[in-house]
Design a protein around this ligand. Structure first.
Ligand code: SF4
Length: 325
């Protein structure tokens, strides 16, 4: 027997209401016009930590530069990182190319269609595997991201603030149970869109919501959001003091090296002077730590080189030089 919030009549009401809302309110986003798994994958990776409006121009520019999975796989990693400049979380670019190289080298350039096979690709997690299976191959498959989780929790389990009362595993079970057969693409896009535009984290539009009568969170959600619990903030590091800030600065400096210099890279001392005010010799170990982190993530290369002997200068011994991969 189904639990009260998963009664068939309620599921039908929610399905119809949400699909109707999506038909009337959907945004015309470029990746929604494509069923190419490579295009879908690029959009999903870009959208992971970046707002839709910011992603759109990067999506077009990236596909202009790397129009197929083969072109992306063959490109120097440094070129991919350069094309990603400005989007942030550059590790996504390296992981995306890792996936592309696997698809080209091991699968003859053809993406698998089913979720399990997609999940076995390097750099692909459960959400992305579900999204590619559904949005490229139109499979009826359930998966959840932040927006989908919030909407399903509110509709079928109740208020989710200050924190969800049921674990993701249960929400995923609900996502499977309520997915309308043959409408997986529309349904999952609708859940994402509804969470992004209507049932938002802080200002859900409950008063004009077409799902109000079926929603387990309504009306308690309004008072829960209006009276958030008092949380004592502990001061964190300022962004400009954080390693993430300097990782970004280092990558920007490596990207900006003229191509003929990029082949040899730049030594740590010169790099430090570009990325940090008042950089001194004493800061080199710190900078090496930042660079090593980038290298471990596949975003930079560090090599020890002995500079050519110059009779007019002191011999400085081997140098550590850094460049894009
Ligand atoms: S009534 Fe409010 S909480 Fe419930 S689905 Fe609609 S917008 Fe979301």
């Amino acid at each position: 027997m189904s639990t009260p919030s998963l009664e068939p009549a309620k599921i039908t009401t929610v399905q119809q209401g949400l699909l109707d809302w999506f038909a009337a309110n959907r945004r015309d986003l470029p990746w929604r016009r494509s069923r190419d798994p490579y295009h879908v994958l690029v959009s999903e990776i870009m959208l992971q930590q970046t707002q839709v409006d910011r992603v759109i121009p990067y999506y077009h520019a990236f596909l202009d530069r790397f129009p197929t999975v083969q072109v992306l796989a063959d490109a120097p990693t440094g070129e991919v990182i350069k094309a990603w400049a400005g989007l942030g979380y550059n590790r996504r670019a390296v992981n995306l190319q890792r996936t592309a190289r696997h698809v080209v080298d091991s699968l003859d350039g053809a993406f698998p269609h089913d979720v399990e096979a997609l999940r076995s690709l390097p750099g692909i997690g459960p959400y992305t595997a579900g999204a590619v299976a559904c949005f490229a191959f139109e499979q009826d498959t359930a998966f959840i991201d932040t927006n989908m989780r919030r909407v399903l929790h509110r509709l079928f389990r109740g208020v989710d603030v200050p924190r969800p009362v049921v674990p993701d595993r249960e929400i995923l079970g609900i996502a499977s149970a309520v997915l309308p057969s043959g409408r997986g693409w529309d349904w999952n896009q609708a859940l994402i869109e509804f969470g992004a535009l209507h049932c938002t984290a802080r200002r859900p539009a409950c008063v004009v919501c077409p799902l109000q009568a079926a929603c387990c969170a309504y009306p308690a959600i309004q008072s829960a959001i209006a009276a958030p619990p008092v949380v004592r903030a502990t001061p964190g590091p300022r962004f400009h003091d954080s390693n993430r800030y300097y990782r970004g600065r280092v990558l920007a400096a490596l990207r900006d090296l003229p191509d003929h210099e990029n082949g040899n890279g730049i030594d740590l001392q010169a790099l430090g002077q570009q990325v940090r005010d008042n950089f001194t010799e004493a800061d080199v170990p710190w900078l090496y730590g930042v660079v090593k982190g980038l290298s471990d993530d596949g975003l930079a290369m560090v090599a020890e080189e002995t500079p050519p002997y110059d009779a007019g200068k002191d011999e400085s011994g081997p140098q550590l030089r850094v460049r894009l991969p």
